[in-house]
Design a protein around this ligand. Structure first.
Ligand code: NAD
Ligand code: ZN
Length: 358
C-alpha cells in the first residue's frame, strides 16, 4: 500500500506492508536515486545484526555502491557527537552531493541520519527505511534533528525524504516496550484527528498487540494518513502541523529531565497526553476526556504517570524553551474532545503547575 506526501515537486511515496524492504532497490530507482550512486546506510547496534546484512546485499545487487555506519542504540545517539562521527565517516569514504543517506532504523536513526543528510554538503538525498512502530510517525514529514542536553530536537532542519519504505515484517523483532511506545503515536494520531480511529483502536487492542498483520497494516495506514494529510497542508509548521505535538511539550520535558533514558519517547508522549487532557479539563476546554485517554493508553500497556518524580520548576523551564513556545510563553496543544485538538499559545503557569503536581 502506498500513500503520498503531496509537496509539489518534492512529493514522495510511503510504501507500507510486509516485504517492502525486498523491493528497496526498485523503489529507490523509482524515487530517482539511480543505481551506481553511493548509498550511505546508517543503522544502530540493535538493528544491524537483524537487518543490515541483507539490506546491504539487496542494495548491492541492485547496483548501488553501499557503505554503512553503525551508531549506538538509544536516544543518546541523537547527539552532536555522533552527528560529527557520521560527517567524518561520510567525508572519509568520499560521499559527494550525488550520494544518498539511508536511515535503517527507528526514529533515533531516522532523525539523526536525516539531520546528517540535511547538512552534509548543504543537503543530499535521504531515504527512510523505518524499523519501529513509532517510526510510522518519525519517518514521514521531514523533521530531522539531534538533541542538546538542554532541549530535545533543538538542533534540526526540515529535510524531506525521497522515499519511505516501511516493511512491517521488521516489526516482529521489536521488544514489547518499543511496541507500546509506537502505539502511543498511533493513538495520538487518533486523538488529534479522528475519534472513530480511537474507538477502532479500543476495539482492536488485543488483535493489534498480538501482531495481527492485517490489523497492524490498517492501523499504520490510518495513522500515517493523518500525518500525511497534516504535513501536506503545512510542511513547515506555520499552523496546523503543530497539532502533531499533542503531549509533546510535556513529553519533551520528561525526556530531557530524565536524561533521555529511563523513559522512551512514546512513554513520555503517553504521559504527556494524559497531562494535556487534565490541563484541558482544568482550563474548562474539555470535559471527561482524561479518563478515556488514560484507558486507551493503558490498553496498550503505556504508562500514564511519571515513574519518577521530577522537579516542577525545571519542567516549566524546559517547556518554556520548547521551540513551539514564543518569547518564553507556554504553548500547548490541548484536546477539546476525543479526536479534536486546538493550539493554545499563552497558557498561564498556575494550572500547568497544578497538573504537574497531581
Ligand atoms: P529508537 O529508534 O531508539 O528505537 C527503539 C529501540 O528499538 C532501539 O533500541 C532500537 O535499537 C530498537 N529497534 C529498532 N528497530 C528494531 C527492530 N525492528 N527489532 C528490534 N529492535 C529494534 O526509537 P523510536 O521509538 O523508533 O523513535 C524515537 C525517536 O523518534 C525520538 O527521538 C523522537 O523524538 C523521534 N520522533 C521524531 C519524529 C519526527 O517527526 N521526526 C516524530 C516522532 C518521534
Ligand atoms: Zn513524537
Amino acid at each position: 500500500k502506498c500513500l503520498t506526501v503531496e509537496l509539489g515537486e518534492r512529493s514522495y511515496p510511503i510504501w507500507i506492508g510486509p516485504g517492502v524492504r525486498q523491493k528497496l532497490a526498485d523503489l529507490l530507482q523509482q524515487a530517482g536515486i539511480a543505481p551506481g550512486r553511493k548509498l550511505f546506510v546508517v543503522t544502530d547496534q540493535n538493528i544491524a545484526p537483524l537487518y543490515l546484512e541483507d539490506t546491504v546485499q539487496l542494495l548491492t545487487e541492485g547496483g548501488y555502491a553501499v557503505h554503512h555506519f553503525i551508531v549506538p542504540a538509544g536516544e543518546e545517539a541523537k547527539s552532536l557527537a555522533i552527528y560529527e562521527q557520521i560527517m567524518t565517516e561520510a567525508l572519509t569514504i568520499g560521499l559527494d552531493r550525488k550520494s544518498a543517506f539511508l536511515a535503517l532504523g527507528g526514529g533515533v536513526v531516522g532523525d539523526l541520519t536525516g539531520f546528517a543528510a540535511a547538512t552534509y554538503m548543504r543537503g543530499v538525498a535521504f531515504v527512510q527505511v523505518p524499523t519501529t512502530l513509532l517510526a510510522h510517525d518519525s519517518s514521514v514529514g521531514g523533521k530531522v534533528a539531534v538533541n542538546h542536553p538542554l532541549g530535545k530536537n533543538i538542533i534540526g532542519a526540515f529535510h524531506q525524504p525521497k522515499l519511505v519504505a516501511y516493511d512491517t515484517n521488521a516489526l516482529t523483532t521489536l521488544p514489547p516496550r518499543e511496541v507500546a511506545s509506537g502505539f502511543a503515536e498511533v493513538i495520538k494520531h487518533g486523538l488529534i484527528w479522528d475519534a472513530s480511529f480511537v474507538t477502532w483502536l479500543e476495539e482492536n487492542a488485543d488483535g493489534l498487540q498480538a501482531f495481527d498483520h492485517e490489523l497492524l497494516q490498517a492501523a499504520l495506514l490510518r495513522a500515517c494518513s493523518v500525518k500525511v494529510a497534516v504535513v501536506s497542508q503545512d510542511e513547515r509548521e506555520q499552523g496546523l502541523r503543530a497539532i502533531l505535538n499533542l503531549g509533546h511539550t510535556f513529553g519533551h520535558a520528561f525526556e530531557a529531565l530524565t536524561g533521555y533514558k529511563g523513559i522512551n519517547h512514546g512513554e513520555a508522549v503517553a504521559i504527556g497526553m494524559v497531562a494535556a487532557a487534565r490541563l484541558a479539563e482544568r482550563l474548562g476546554l474539555a470535559e471527561n476526556i482524561s479518563e478515556r485517554t488514560v484507558r486507551v493508553l493503558r490498553q496498550y500497556r503505556l504508562p500514564v504517570a511519571l515513574p519518577v518524580p521530577l522537579d516542577v520548576d525545571e519542567m516549566l523551564d524546559v517547556m518554556r524553551r520548547d521551540k513551539k513556545g514564543e518569547g518564553g510563553k507556554l504553548v500547548f496543544v490541548l484536546p477539546t474532545a476525543i479526536g479534536k485538538v486546538d493550539i493554545y499559545k499563552n497558557i498561564e503557569e498556575e494550572p500547568v503547575r497544578a497538573v504537574l503536581a497531581e
